[in-house]
Design a binder for this molecule. Structure first.
Ligand code: CMC
Length: 429
Protein backbone atom coordinates (compact mmCIF):
# COMPACT_ATOMS: atom_id res chain seq x y z
CA UNK A 1 0.00 0.00 0.00
CA UNK A 2 1.58 3.27 -1.12
CA UNK A 3 1.67 6.12 1.41
CA UNK A 4 0.37 8.67 -1.00
CA UNK A 5 -2.75 10.19 -2.47
CA UNK A 6 -3.39 10.33 -6.22
CA UNK A 7 -5.30 13.45 -7.17
CA UNK A 8 -6.69 14.16 -10.62
CA UNK A 9 -7.51 17.77 -11.39
CA UNK A 10 -10.55 17.48 -13.63
CA UNK A 11 -10.03 21.03 -14.86
CA UNK A 12 -6.80 20.03 -16.58
CA UNK A 13 -6.76 16.23 -16.53
CA UNK A 14 -3.39 16.39 -14.69
CA UNK A 15 -2.67 13.79 -12.03
CA UNK A 16 -0.61 14.50 -8.91
CA UNK A 17 1.01 12.20 -6.33
CA UNK A 18 0.69 13.70 -2.85
CA UNK A 19 2.76 11.96 -0.11
CA UNK A 20 1.01 10.98 3.13
CA UNK A 21 3.09 11.17 6.32
CA UNK A 22 1.76 10.63 9.87
CA UNK A 23 -1.79 10.48 8.53
CA UNK A 24 -1.52 13.93 6.97
CA UNK A 25 -0.77 15.55 3.66
CA UNK A 26 1.13 18.81 3.36
CA UNK A 27 -1.13 21.67 2.28
CA UNK A 28 1.68 23.13 0.15
CA UNK A 29 1.52 19.99 -2.04
CA UNK A 30 -1.94 21.17 -3.09
CA UNK A 31 -0.45 24.57 -3.87
CA UNK A 32 1.33 22.85 -6.77
CA UNK A 33 -2.02 22.05 -8.37
CA UNK A 34 -2.91 24.89 -10.71
CA UNK A 35 -4.79 25.38 -13.98
CA UNK A 36 -1.85 27.17 -15.60
CA UNK A 37 1.29 29.02 -14.58
CA UNK A 38 -0.59 32.30 -14.07
CA UNK A 39 -3.36 30.97 -11.83
CA UNK A 40 -2.98 30.50 -8.04
CA UNK A 41 -2.35 27.04 -6.61
CA UNK A 42 -5.20 25.14 -5.00
CA UNK A 43 -5.82 26.28 -1.43
CA UNK A 44 -7.46 24.41 1.44
CA UNK A 45 -10.50 26.17 2.95
CA UNK A 46 -10.84 25.32 6.64
CA UNK A 47 -12.53 27.95 8.85
CA UNK A 48 -11.83 27.14 12.49
CA UNK A 49 -9.02 24.69 11.54
CA UNK A 50 -11.45 21.80 11.81
CA UNK A 51 -9.18 19.44 9.87
CA UNK A 52 -5.85 21.21 9.63
CA UNK A 53 -2.79 20.33 11.71
CA UNK A 54 -0.71 23.44 12.39
CA UNK A 55 2.26 21.77 14.05
CA UNK A 56 3.93 18.59 15.20
CA UNK A 57 3.68 18.34 18.97
CA UNK A 58 4.87 15.91 21.64
CA UNK A 59 3.10 17.62 24.54
CA UNK A 60 -0.48 16.33 24.76
CA UNK A 61 -2.30 13.41 23.20
CA UNK A 62 -6.09 13.35 22.87
CA UNK A 63 -8.27 10.62 21.41
CA UNK A 64 -11.63 12.37 21.31
CA UNK A 65 -13.60 9.30 20.21
CA UNK A 66 -12.30 7.18 23.11
CA UNK A 67 -12.14 10.02 25.66
CA UNK A 68 -8.36 9.72 26.27
CA UNK A 69 -6.15 12.60 27.45
CA UNK A 70 -2.42 12.21 28.15
CA UNK A 71 0.27 14.76 29.02
CA UNK A 72 3.65 13.65 27.64
CA UNK A 73 2.23 10.13 27.48
CA UNK A 74 0.89 9.99 31.07
CA UNK A 75 -2.91 9.48 31.43
CA UNK A 76 -4.70 12.42 33.02
CA UNK A 77 -6.43 10.11 35.52
CA UNK A 78 -3.06 8.99 36.98
CA UNK A 79 -1.66 12.51 37.11
CA UNK A 80 -4.79 13.83 38.82
CA UNK A 81 -4.63 11.07 41.41
CA UNK A 82 -0.91 10.86 42.17
CA UNK A 83 0.84 14.04 41.05
CA UNK A 84 0.55 17.73 41.89
CA UNK A 85 0.23 20.80 39.69
CA UNK A 86 3.87 21.90 39.96
CA UNK A 87 5.12 18.44 39.03
CA UNK A 88 2.70 18.37 36.07
CA UNK A 89 3.98 21.81 35.02
CA UNK A 90 7.53 20.40 35.11
CA UNK A 91 6.41 17.41 33.07
CA UNK A 92 4.80 19.60 30.41
CA UNK A 93 7.73 22.00 30.13
CA UNK A 94 10.58 19.48 30.35
CA UNK A 95 8.99 16.46 28.72
CA UNK A 96 9.37 14.01 31.61
CA UNK A 97 8.66 13.65 35.31
CA UNK A 98 11.36 15.17 37.54
CA UNK A 99 13.82 13.37 39.80
CA UNK A 100 13.70 14.40 43.47
CA UNK A 101 16.49 16.99 42.97
CA UNK A 102 14.91 18.35 39.80
CA UNK A 103 11.54 18.69 41.51
CA UNK A 104 13.01 20.45 44.55
CA UNK A 105 14.94 22.91 42.37
CA UNK A 106 11.83 23.57 40.26
CA UNK A 107 9.61 24.09 43.31
CA UNK A 108 12.21 26.43 44.82
CA UNK A 109 12.54 28.44 41.60
CA UNK A 110 8.79 28.85 41.18
CA UNK A 111 8.22 29.66 44.84
CA UNK A 112 10.87 32.40 44.88
CA UNK A 113 9.54 34.18 41.81
CA UNK A 114 5.99 34.65 43.04
CA UNK A 115 6.48 38.33 43.90
CA UNK A 116 5.89 40.97 41.23
CA UNK A 117 7.41 44.43 40.82
CA UNK A 118 5.61 46.99 43.03
CA UNK A 119 4.69 49.02 39.94
CA UNK A 120 2.54 46.09 38.78
CA UNK A 121 0.49 46.58 41.92
CA UNK A 122 0.27 50.28 41.11
CA UNK A 123 -1.21 49.86 37.67
CA UNK A 124 -3.52 47.03 38.75
CA UNK A 125 -5.03 49.41 41.30
CA UNK A 126 -5.85 51.75 38.43
CA UNK A 127 -8.53 49.47 37.00
CA UNK A 128 -12.14 50.41 37.62
CA UNK A 129 -13.88 48.82 40.63
CA UNK A 130 -16.00 46.63 38.31
CA UNK A 131 -13.22 45.55 35.93
CA UNK A 132 -13.48 41.87 34.95
CA UNK A 133 -10.52 40.04 36.54
CA UNK A 134 -9.77 38.33 33.21
CA UNK A 135 -9.35 41.74 31.56
CA UNK A 136 -6.99 42.74 34.37
CA UNK A 137 -5.07 39.48 34.04
CA UNK A 138 -4.72 39.82 30.27
CA UNK A 139 -3.35 43.36 30.60
CA UNK A 140 -1.03 42.47 33.48
CA UNK A 141 0.49 39.44 31.77
CA UNK A 142 1.16 41.55 28.67
CA UNK A 143 2.63 44.30 30.84
CA UNK A 144 5.17 41.88 32.34
CA UNK A 145 7.01 42.02 29.01
CA UNK A 146 7.92 45.63 29.82
CA UNK A 147 9.35 44.62 33.20
CA UNK A 148 11.52 41.92 31.62
CA UNK A 149 12.73 43.35 28.30
CA UNK A 150 15.37 40.60 28.09
CA UNK A 151 12.48 38.19 27.48
CA UNK A 152 12.62 39.27 23.84
CA UNK A 153 15.78 37.19 23.48
CA UNK A 154 13.84 34.02 22.78
CA UNK A 155 16.81 32.32 21.09
CA UNK A 156 18.58 31.84 24.44
CA UNK A 157 17.58 28.68 26.33
CA UNK A 158 18.46 29.98 29.84
CA UNK A 159 16.58 33.17 29.18
CA UNK A 160 13.53 31.23 28.02
CA UNK A 161 13.67 29.12 31.18
CA UNK A 162 13.80 32.23 33.36
CA UNK A 163 10.67 33.70 31.77
CA UNK A 164 8.82 30.38 32.02
CA UNK A 165 9.58 30.17 35.75
CA UNK A 166 8.54 33.78 36.25
CA UNK A 167 5.29 33.38 34.41
CA UNK A 168 4.17 30.18 36.17
CA UNK A 169 5.19 31.73 39.51
CA UNK A 170 3.52 35.12 39.04
CA UNK A 171 0.27 34.02 37.45
CA UNK A 172 -1.45 33.21 40.82
CA UNK A 173 -0.24 36.53 42.24
CA UNK A 174 -1.72 38.45 39.30
CA UNK A 175 -4.92 36.36 39.37
CA UNK A 176 -5.40 36.84 43.12
CA UNK A 177 -4.77 40.58 42.90
CA UNK A 178 -7.23 40.94 40.03
CA UNK A 179 -9.78 39.38 42.39
CA UNK A 180 -8.84 41.57 45.36
CA UNK A 181 -9.17 44.61 43.12
CA UNK A 182 -12.78 43.71 42.30
CA UNK A 183 -13.47 43.15 46.00
CA UNK A 184 -11.90 46.47 46.99
CA UNK A 185 -9.63 44.57 49.38
CA UNK A 186 -5.90 45.16 49.96
CA UNK A 187 -3.60 42.96 47.92
CA UNK A 188 -1.94 40.10 49.83
CA UNK A 189 1.73 39.34 49.14
CA UNK A 190 2.79 35.75 48.41
CA UNK A 191 3.60 33.47 51.33
CA UNK A 192 6.58 31.41 50.23
CA UNK A 193 6.11 28.92 53.09
CA UNK A 194 2.96 27.64 51.41
CA UNK A 195 2.54 25.33 48.43
CA UNK A 196 1.73 26.83 45.02
CA UNK A 197 -2.01 26.28 45.35
CA UNK A 198 -2.27 26.99 49.10
CA UNK A 199 -0.42 30.28 48.56
CA UNK A 200 -2.88 31.22 45.81
CA UNK A 201 -5.82 30.64 48.16
CA UNK A 202 -4.07 32.69 50.85
CA UNK A 203 -3.53 35.62 48.46
CA UNK A 204 -7.22 35.47 47.58
CA UNK A 205 -8.85 35.08 50.96
CA UNK A 206 -6.46 36.20 53.72
CA UNK A 207 -7.72 39.07 55.85
CA UNK A 208 -6.34 39.95 59.27
CA UNK A 209 -5.19 36.48 60.37
CA UNK A 210 -1.41 36.04 60.71
CA UNK A 211 -1.37 33.02 58.48
CA UNK A 212 -4.05 31.79 56.11
CA UNK A 213 -4.28 28.04 56.03
CA UNK A 214 -6.90 26.63 53.70
CA UNK A 215 -8.48 23.22 54.31
CA UNK A 216 -6.10 20.67 52.77
CA UNK A 217 -8.97 18.93 50.95
CA UNK A 218 -9.87 22.18 49.21
CA UNK A 219 -6.22 22.85 48.32
CA UNK A 220 -6.03 19.36 46.83
CA UNK A 221 -9.27 19.83 44.85
CA UNK A 222 -8.09 23.12 43.33
CA UNK A 223 -4.69 21.60 42.58
CA UNK A 224 -6.43 18.76 40.70
CA UNK A 225 -8.48 21.32 38.75
CA UNK A 226 -5.25 23.09 37.77
CA UNK A 227 -3.84 19.74 36.58
CA UNK A 228 -6.95 19.04 34.49
CA UNK A 229 -6.62 22.41 32.76
CA UNK A 230 -2.84 22.34 32.31
CA UNK A 231 -2.86 21.58 28.58
CA UNK A 232 -5.23 20.52 25.85
CA UNK A 233 -3.17 20.49 22.66
CA UNK A 234 -4.17 22.92 19.89
CA UNK A 235 -7.21 24.58 21.46
CA UNK A 236 -8.23 28.17 20.69
CA UNK A 237 -5.98 29.86 23.29
CA UNK A 238 -2.97 27.64 22.60
CA UNK A 239 -3.39 28.35 18.92
CA UNK A 240 -3.44 32.06 19.81
CA UNK A 241 -0.20 31.68 21.82
CA UNK A 242 1.44 29.83 18.95
CA UNK A 243 0.11 32.20 16.30
CA UNK A 244 1.29 35.33 18.15
CA UNK A 245 4.49 33.57 19.26
CA UNK A 246 5.29 32.73 15.65
CA UNK A 247 6.12 36.42 15.13
CA UNK A 248 8.97 35.78 17.64
CA UNK A 249 7.51 38.19 20.17
CA UNK A 250 8.41 37.68 23.87
CA UNK A 251 6.51 34.93 25.75
CA UNK A 252 4.55 37.35 28.00
CA UNK A 253 2.95 38.95 24.94
CA UNK A 254 2.25 35.54 23.41
CA UNK A 255 0.65 34.26 26.65
CA UNK A 256 -1.40 37.49 26.96
CA UNK A 257 -2.91 36.51 23.58
CA UNK A 258 -3.74 33.11 25.09
CA UNK A 259 -5.45 34.80 28.05
CA UNK A 260 -7.46 36.94 25.60
CA UNK A 261 -8.61 33.87 23.67
CA UNK A 262 -9.50 32.06 26.86
CA UNK A 263 -11.67 35.01 27.96
CA UNK A 264 -14.33 34.16 25.31
CA UNK A 265 -17.51 32.30 26.38
CA UNK A 266 -16.98 29.45 23.90
CA UNK A 267 -13.61 28.64 25.45
CA UNK A 268 -12.61 29.42 29.05
CA UNK A 269 -15.68 31.49 29.79
CA UNK A 270 -17.97 28.47 29.43
CA UNK A 271 -18.03 27.45 33.10
CA UNK A 272 -19.11 30.96 34.07
CA UNK A 273 -21.92 30.62 31.51
CA UNK A 274 -22.84 27.17 32.90
CA UNK A 275 -23.46 28.59 36.36
CA UNK A 276 -25.51 31.47 35.02
CA UNK A 277 -27.50 28.96 32.95
CA UNK A 278 -28.12 26.66 35.94
CA UNK A 279 -29.22 29.61 38.02
CA UNK A 280 -31.58 30.78 35.28
CA UNK A 281 -33.13 27.30 34.98
CA UNK A 282 -33.69 27.55 38.73
CA UNK A 283 -35.38 24.19 39.38
CA UNK A 284 -35.66 20.71 37.94
CA UNK A 285 -39.21 21.31 36.66
CA UNK A 286 -37.94 23.93 34.24
CA UNK A 287 -35.40 21.61 32.58
CA UNK A 288 -37.65 20.09 29.85
CA UNK A 289 -38.67 23.57 28.59
CA UNK A 290 -35.03 24.67 28.65
CA UNK A 291 -33.94 21.58 26.66
CA UNK A 292 -36.66 22.26 24.09
CA UNK A 293 -35.28 25.79 23.68
CA UNK A 294 -31.78 24.38 23.09
CA UNK A 295 -33.10 21.94 20.51
CA UNK A 296 -34.96 24.77 18.75
CA UNK A 297 -31.65 26.60 18.46
CA UNK A 298 -32.57 29.39 20.94
CA UNK A 299 -29.37 28.84 22.89
CA UNK A 300 -26.68 26.28 23.63
CA UNK A 301 -26.48 23.91 26.55
CA UNK A 302 -23.32 25.39 28.01
CA UNK A 303 -20.77 22.88 29.30
CA UNK A 304 -21.79 20.38 26.64
CA UNK A 305 -20.07 19.51 23.40
CA UNK A 306 -16.45 19.69 22.33
CA UNK A 307 -14.56 20.11 19.10
CA UNK A 308 -12.41 17.07 19.90
CA UNK A 309 -14.28 14.90 22.41
CA UNK A 310 -17.12 12.96 20.87
CA UNK A 311 -17.37 11.01 24.09
CA UNK A 312 -17.45 11.92 27.80
CA UNK A 313 -14.63 14.43 28.43
CA UNK A 314 -12.24 12.50 30.77
CA UNK A 315 -11.67 15.71 32.72
CA UNK A 316 -15.41 15.98 33.42
CA UNK A 317 -15.35 12.47 34.98
CA UNK A 318 -12.53 13.47 37.36
CA UNK A 319 -14.22 16.77 38.26
CA UNK A 320 -17.47 14.99 39.00
CA UNK A 321 -15.56 12.92 41.57
CA UNK A 322 -13.82 16.02 42.97
CA UNK A 323 -17.28 17.55 43.56
CA UNK A 324 -17.90 14.97 46.28
CA UNK A 325 -14.65 15.81 48.11
CA UNK A 326 -15.30 19.55 48.00
CA UNK A 327 -18.96 19.34 48.97
CA UNK A 328 -17.95 17.19 51.96
CA UNK A 329 -16.17 20.29 53.31
CA UNK A 330 -18.41 23.08 52.01
CA UNK A 331 -21.86 21.48 51.88
CA UNK A 332 -23.62 20.57 48.64
CA UNK A 333 -24.16 23.29 46.05
CA UNK A 334 -27.94 23.27 45.40
CA UNK A 335 -27.29 23.77 41.67
CA UNK A 336 -25.66 20.31 41.56
CA UNK A 337 -29.08 18.66 41.53
CA UNK A 338 -30.13 20.69 38.48
CA UNK A 339 -26.83 19.95 36.72
CA UNK A 340 -27.14 16.19 37.34
CA UNK A 341 -30.73 16.12 36.11
CA UNK A 342 -29.83 18.21 33.05
CA UNK A 343 -27.00 15.81 32.23
CA UNK A 344 -29.27 12.78 32.65
CA UNK A 345 -31.96 14.19 30.36
CA UNK A 346 -29.50 15.43 27.73
CA UNK A 347 -27.63 12.11 27.59
CA UNK A 348 -30.89 10.32 26.78
CA UNK A 349 -32.11 12.85 24.23
CA UNK A 350 -31.60 12.08 20.55
CA UNK A 351 -30.54 15.69 19.76
CA UNK A 352 -27.48 15.36 22.01
CA UNK A 353 -26.85 11.66 21.40
CA UNK A 354 -26.84 11.97 17.60
CA UNK A 355 -24.46 14.96 17.74
CA UNK A 356 -22.23 13.20 20.29
CA UNK A 357 -22.63 16.06 22.77
CA UNK A 358 -21.36 15.08 26.24
CA UNK A 359 -20.48 17.12 29.34
CA UNK A 360 -17.11 18.83 28.98
CA UNK A 361 -14.64 20.04 31.61
CA UNK A 362 -16.72 23.15 32.27
CA UNK A 363 -19.99 21.48 33.12
CA UNK A 364 -19.12 20.72 36.75
CA UNK A 365 -16.03 22.86 37.41
CA UNK A 366 -18.12 26.01 38.02
CA UNK A 367 -20.02 24.25 40.81
CA UNK A 368 -16.76 23.44 42.59
CA UNK A 369 -15.40 26.94 42.10
CA UNK A 370 -18.57 28.41 43.54
CA UNK A 371 -18.35 26.09 46.54
CA UNK A 372 -14.76 27.33 47.02
CA UNK A 373 -16.22 30.87 47.27
CA UNK A 374 -15.07 32.10 43.87
CA UNK A 375 -17.37 34.54 42.08
CA UNK A 376 -18.12 33.50 38.46
CA UNK A 377 -15.82 36.20 37.01
CA UNK A 378 -12.87 34.38 38.60
CA UNK A 379 -13.53 31.01 36.96
CA UNK A 380 -11.68 31.82 33.77
CA UNK A 381 -8.78 33.24 35.76
CA UNK A 382 -8.46 29.84 37.46
CA UNK A 383 -8.45 28.20 34.04
CA UNK A 384 -5.71 30.60 32.89
CA UNK A 385 -3.49 29.80 35.89
CA UNK A 386 -3.88 26.09 35.19
CA UNK A 387 -3.29 26.48 31.45
CA UNK A 388 -0.12 28.58 31.78
CA UNK A 389 2.36 25.64 31.79
CA UNK A 390 0.57 24.23 28.74
CA UNK A 391 0.80 27.51 26.84
CA UNK A 392 4.47 27.79 27.74
CA UNK A 393 5.35 24.23 26.80
CA UNK A 394 3.62 24.73 23.44
CA UNK A 395 5.42 28.06 22.99
CA UNK A 396 8.74 26.39 23.83
CA UNK A 397 8.06 23.69 21.27
CA UNK A 398 7.14 26.32 18.68
CA UNK A 399 10.28 28.42 19.07
CA UNK A 400 12.50 25.35 18.81
CA UNK A 401 10.69 23.83 15.83
CA UNK A 402 12.64 24.49 12.64
CA UNK A 403 9.57 23.73 10.51
CA UNK A 404 7.52 26.56 12.01
CA UNK A 405 6.99 29.82 10.16
CA UNK A 406 5.12 32.99 11.00
CA UNK A 407 1.40 32.08 11.10
CA UNK A 408 -0.28 33.58 8.09
CA UNK A 409 -3.38 31.79 6.74
CA UNK A 410 -4.71 32.29 3.24
CA UNK A 411 -8.13 33.74 2.47
CA UNK A 412 -10.69 33.31 -0.26
CA UNK A 413 -11.36 36.85 -1.35
CA UNK A 414 -15.08 37.56 -1.92
CA UNK A 415 -15.11 41.36 -2.15
CA UNK A 416 -15.19 43.89 -4.97
CA UNK A 417 -12.20 44.58 -7.23
CA UNK A 418 -10.73 47.50 -9.11
CA UNK A 419 -13.25 50.17 -8.10
CA UNK A 420 -12.49 53.83 -8.83
CA UNK A 421 -12.40 56.12 -5.79
CA UNK A 422 -15.38 58.50 -5.75
CA UNK A 423 -14.53 61.86 -4.10
CA UNK A 424 -16.61 62.85 -1.05
CA UNK A 425 -17.94 65.90 -2.96
CA UNK A 426 -19.75 63.50 -5.29
CA UNK A 427 -20.73 60.84 -2.73
CA UNK A 428 -22.07 63.24 -0.12
CA UNK A 429 -23.89 65.50 -2.55
N1 CMC B 1 -25.72 22.86 22.90
C1 CMC B 1 -26.54 22.60 21.87
N2 CMC B 1 -26.13 22.25 20.64
C2 CMC B 1 -24.80 22.15 20.48
C3 CMC B 1 -23.87 22.38 21.50
C4 CMC B 1 -24.37 22.75 22.76
N3 CMC B 1 -23.56 22.98 23.78
N4 CMC B 1 -22.62 22.22 21.02
C5 CMC B 1 -22.75 21.89 19.73
N5 CMC B 1 -24.07 21.84 19.39
C6 CMC B 1 -24.63 21.45 18.11
C7 CMC B 1 -24.41 22.53 17.06
O1 CMC B 1 -25.46 23.46 17.05
C8 CMC B 1 -24.31 21.71 15.81
O2 CMC B 1 -25.61 21.31 15.45
P1 CMC B 1 -26.05 21.23 13.91
O3 CMC B 1 -25.20 20.11 13.34
O4 CMC B 1 -27.49 20.94 13.94
O5 CMC B 1 -25.71 22.58 13.30
C9 CMC B 1 -23.59 20.43 16.25
O6 CMC B 1 -23.91 20.31 17.65
C10 CMC B 1 -22.09 20.49 16.06
O7 CMC B 1 -21.58 21.60 16.78
P2 CMC B 1 -20.46 22.58 16.27
O8 CMC B 1 -20.83 23.99 16.68
O9 CMC B 1 -20.20 22.34 14.82
O10 CMC B 1 -19.22 22.07 17.11
P3 CMC B 1 -17.85 22.82 17.30
O11 CMC B 1 -16.82 21.77 17.38
O12 CMC B 1 -17.68 23.92 16.30
O13 CMC B 1 -18.05 23.53 18.72
C11 CMC B 1 -18.03 23.95 21.02
C12 CMC B 1 -17.53 23.05 19.90
C13 CMC B 1 -17.35 23.56 22.33
C14 CMC B 1 -17.67 25.42 20.73
C15 CMC B 1 -19.58 23.80 21.14
O14 CMC B 1 -19.91 22.47 21.43
C16 CMC B 1 -20.17 24.75 22.16
O15 CMC B 1 -20.42 25.91 21.84
N6 CMC B 1 -20.40 24.25 23.44
C17 CMC B 1 -20.91 25.12 24.47
C18 CMC B 1 -19.79 25.95 25.03
C19 CMC B 1 -18.85 25.14 25.90
O16 CMC B 1 -19.27 24.37 26.74
N7 CMC B 1 -17.55 25.38 25.69
C20 CMC B 1 -16.49 24.74 26.48
C21 CMC B 1 -15.64 23.85 25.65
S1 CMC B 1 -14.63 22.78 26.65
C22 CMC B 1 -13.45 23.84 27.26
C23 CMC B 1 -12.28 23.91 26.39
O17 CMC B 1 -11.60 22.87 26.21
O18 CMC B 1 -12.03 25.03 25.90
Amino acid sequence: MADSLTVTDNRTGETYEVPIADGAIRADEFGKIRVDDDSPGLALYDPGFVNTASCRSAVTFIDGEKGILEYRGYPIEQLAEHSNFLEVAYLLIHGDLPTKEQYERWEHEITFHTFVHENVKGFMEGFRYDAHPMGILMASVGALSTFYPESRNIADGDNRHMQIVRMIAKMPTLGAWAYRNAQGKPYVYPDNDLSYTANFLAMLFKMSERKFEADERLVKALDVLFILHADHEQNCSTNAVRSVGSSQVDPYSAVAAGVAALYGPLHGGANESVLRMLRRIGSKENIPAFIEGVKNGDEKLMGFGHRVYKNYDPRAQIIKKACDDVFEVTGVNPLLEIAQELEKIALEDDYFVSRKLYPNVDFYSGLIYEALQFPPEMFTVLFAIGRTPGWLSQWLELVQDKEQKIARPKQIYTGARGLDYVPTSERWA
